[in-house]
Ligand binder design. Structure first.
Ligand SMILES: CC(C)(COP(=O)(O)OP(=O)(O)OC[C@H]1O[C@@H](n2cnc3c(N)ncnc32)[C@H](O)[C@@H]1OP(=O)(O)O)[C@@H](O)C(=O)NCCC(=O)NCCS
Length: 364
């Protein structure tokens, strides 16, 4: 039988140990996964930070053992659980009961905080993925990684590193990616974004140290690959390592090797800079990006799964809230520290990457 309690300082060590144990199993299959999360102390510090940022956590026990953890918060109507806030005992052949129970405890709290959609990141372990499918979540984004170069293909394309003088080209190509992501069957972005806003976002990325590779052909800039140095999901993509952000080739030159050349130059650049791994995240329904990254040797580290809840549940939760505090009676629903009620939102960057591909990308 499963029992549930809130994640607090007492439950923190066993929850952290569970994340570390699950991560060790995932990493034995995917050696590119960040090593740090195999250490319980690292996981404990990461969980403590989530609580300090206003996340609410639930732990599950089966007998005496901690068998599950789910820890997240609501931001902009999205209930978001990062990969380092989620773990299920990797020895369980079927993780569904644990995931069902954890979500049943956490979701009402996040809904009361305004969530109508949920986004949960998880490592690529089969019982876990199947459990989320069983409770109605579907894949939205893939987090993937591969070794940095050196690559061997001859690069027959003129590629340079863009500067602030190139922001118009960078913005125009990034906009192509953003607009593409609103098309069927992806539907990852819904609100149009103005070109000047895309330009501002890349200006900020440049200031933050991002590297923009630009491909030129026939006197025109026709391809972009952005390397950022902030992980959208630190348990899945190494933090501070190169992470591929907005990438596009102009529709007129697609299928001519521009995209591959950009990736290979970026992999070589990362290798020369001493980085071992390059990561990326992309929308799983994107018919162009999925085969592109997988064919170029990127291996799946984890997924972002999504589920939408009928808005009437949020309205009901709100009505309950107005009726009085009796619904907040369980130790799970108590906030760890009401004074930390204005936490940092999950990272949002270019292209609304929390929803886009993971960042930043980002929770939605
Ligand atoms: C993804 C994208 C950047 C690829 O650029 P590209 O210049 O067409 O890529 P390339 O011509 O170098 O193709 C490289 C490889 O990708 C794969 N690929 C590219 N387009 C593909 C397609 N339509 N279907 C299947 N595989 C494809 C192939 O494996 C190809 O390998 P090959 O060189 O052995 O043929 C481009 O399609 C694009 O801009 N898409 C819209 C924006 C987008 O989705 N960006 C990625 C966001 S994560």
């Amino acid at each position: 039988m499963l029992t549930f309690r809130g994640l607090d300082m007492i439950a923190l060590p066993e929850a952290a140990a569970l994340v570390a144990r699950e991560h060790a199993v995932a990493r034995s299959r995917r050696p590119r996964m960040p090593a740090a999360y195999t250490e319980p102390e690292h996981c404990r510090v990461a969980l403590e930070k989530l609580l300090a940022d206003g996340c609410i956590g639930v732990v599950a026990h089966g007998g005496q053992r901690c068998v599950g953890l789910m820890c997240g918060r609501t931001n902009d109507a999205v209930g978001f659980v990062p990969a380092h806030g989620l773990a299920v005992d990797p020895d369980l052949a079927d993780a569904t009961a644990v995931v069902v129970g954890l979500f049943a405890e956490l979701a009402p709290i996040l809904i009361r905080d305004g969530a109508v959609r949920f986004a949960i990141d998880h490592v690529d372990l089969d019982p876990l993925g199947a459990a989320f499918h069983n409770i109605g979540f579907g894949r939205g984004s893939v987090f993937a990684a591969r070794p940095a170069g050196p690559t061997t293909t001859a690069i027959g394309v003129d590629i340079r590193i863009g500067t602030s003088d190139d922001l118009d080209s960078i913005a125009a190509l990034s906009q192509i990616e953003f607009d593409h992501r609103s098309t069927p069957p992806i539907y990852a972005t819904s609100t149009p974004r103005a070109l000047n806003r895309t330009r501002e976002l890349h200006e900020r990325l440049l200031d933050d140290g991002a590297v923009h590779f630009l491909a030129r052909r026939g006197g025109r800039d026709v391809g972009l690959l952005t390397l950022e140095f902030t992980s959208p999901a630190p348990r899945l993509c190494p933090n501070a390592g190169p992470h591929i952000g907005p990438t596009a080739s102009h529709p007129a030159v697609r299928g001519e090797g521009i995209g591959r050349a950009l990736v290979e130059v970026a992999l070589d650049w990362a290798d020369v800079g001493g980085h071992e791994t390059v990561s990326v995240d992309f929308d799983s329904p994107n018919p162009l990006s999925r085969p592109f990254w997988l064919d170029l040797g990127f291996e799946t580290m984890g997924y972002r799964v999504r589920r939408t809840i009928d808005a009437s549940h949020a309205a009901l939760a709100h009505a309950d809230d107005q009726r009085g505090p009796e619904v907040h009676g369980s130790p799970i629903s108590a906030r760890p520290d009401e004074s930390l009620d204005d936490p940092q939102p999950p990272r949002k960057t270019i292209g609304d990457r929390t929803s886009r591909r993971g960042n930043s990308s980002h929770a939605e």
